[in-house]
Design a protein around this ligand. Structure first.
Ligand SMILES: [Zn+2]
Length: 329
């Protein structure tokens, strides 16, 4: 059931149709109703079409046919298609998720997730919105896509991969779902980075977007990519395929991943856009650099040893000379 707490904070879509669903985190509030009452105050000057509570309660604040006041101005670095619309609010339907922590660090609850997935599926069906990650034609994304600086943590952790599996019917329906790991599962090693990305706590390397989605489900059991690939050793970097085109590669402790939808670098049978590839050249260069540093350190140590011996020699010579002088007196 959807509760209605209408907000006066909305405007006409100016004849435009919603093409994107934008997910948000409330960074405060404990109940969907409380957030709804806040949006109901004219003075708040903000709203969202929907708010979903941690208990799965859905509150509707603005009619889908109207534009809510959920997305502010574009930040530098916003996804390119937002520059083609006079105001992202005209073209979007916004869903807030209650997250009590002001940094939106809460994982959404199972009840909240179920309500969110169902609502998104219904909205996409009603408006013909593509059930895929947002691109210039439409789709689903977070507030970070519009405001990557000021709202990089909106909505914060969200099970994007699971959402798209759910929407596209690729999640198995026999209850034997393929395992994916969440940031919580990997929290000893990773923290949230802006957008769909995790930062390694050990070395600050960032795993993001399609490679992160792959990493989170690779292997399908244990701790997936964390178990089978280990930690990232570098960031995504381009390597050159035989035909001269660039392919993105990222190296991990136990293997390297290529993001290569056109299979320019390699084409193992049956793979999609991402596959396990041979160790990257970048990694070999990194290893050689490390060896060089070690060699330098060893050289340095040897030099210091020689200098020490020389100094000791001088000390002995000086004390011998002093003794000689004293004996002359
Ligand atoms: Zn937001």
């Amino acid at each position: 059931m959807i509760l209605s707490i209408p907000s006066p904070n909305y405007m006409s879509r100016q004849g435009r149709r919603p093409r994107w669903v934008i997910l948000h985190g409330t960074a405060g509030f404990h109940k969907a109703e409380d957030c709804g009452y806040y949006f109901q105050q004219p003075s708040s000057q903000v709203s969202s079409h929907y708010v979903i509570g941690q208990d799965g309660t859905i509150v509707q604040c603005v009619d889908e046919a109207q534009a809510a006041w959920a997305n502010g101005v574009l930040d530098a670095g916003a996804d390119s298609w937002w520059y083609d619309t006079p105001n992202p609010n005209y073209d979007t339907i916004s869903i807030e998720h209650i997250k009590p922590h002001t940094d939106n660090s809460d994982e959404i609850t199972p009840a909240q997730k179920a309500a969110s997935f169902r609502l998104i599926a219904q909205i996409c069906a009603r408006w013909g919105i593509p059930t895929r990650p947002a691109d210039a034609q439409g789709g689903i994304t977070g507030h970070f896509s519009i405001a990557p600086i000021n709202r990089s943590g909106c909505p914060g952790p969200y099970p994007w991969d699971e959402l798209f599996n759910y929407l596209n019917g690729t999640s198995s329906d026999d209850g034997d779902e393929m395992k994916t790991i969440s940031l919580k599962d990997a929290s000893s090693f990773f923290e949230q980075a802006p957008g769909n990305a995790w930062r390694c706590k050990k070395n600050n390397c960032v795993v993001g977007n399609a490679i992160l989605d792959f990493y989170r489900r690779f292997g399908g059991d244990a701790l997936c990519g964390l178990s089978y690939l280990g930690l990232p050793l570098n960031n995504e970097h381009p390597v050159t395929a035989k035909d001269g085109s660039k392919v993105i590669v990222q190296d991990f402790e136990r293997g390297s991943l290529a993001y290569d939808p056109a299979h320019k670098l390699d084409g193992p049978p049956g793979v999609g856009a991402i596959y396990l590839t041979h160790r990257g050249v970048a990694l070999e260069v990194q290893e050689l650099r490390r060896q060089l540093e070690d060699a330098k350190k060893q050289n340095h140590a040897a030099e210091v040893e020689t200098l020490k011996k020389q100094v000791d020699g001088y000390k002995q010579a000086v004390s011998a000379a002093v003794k000689t002088l004293q004996s002359i007196k």
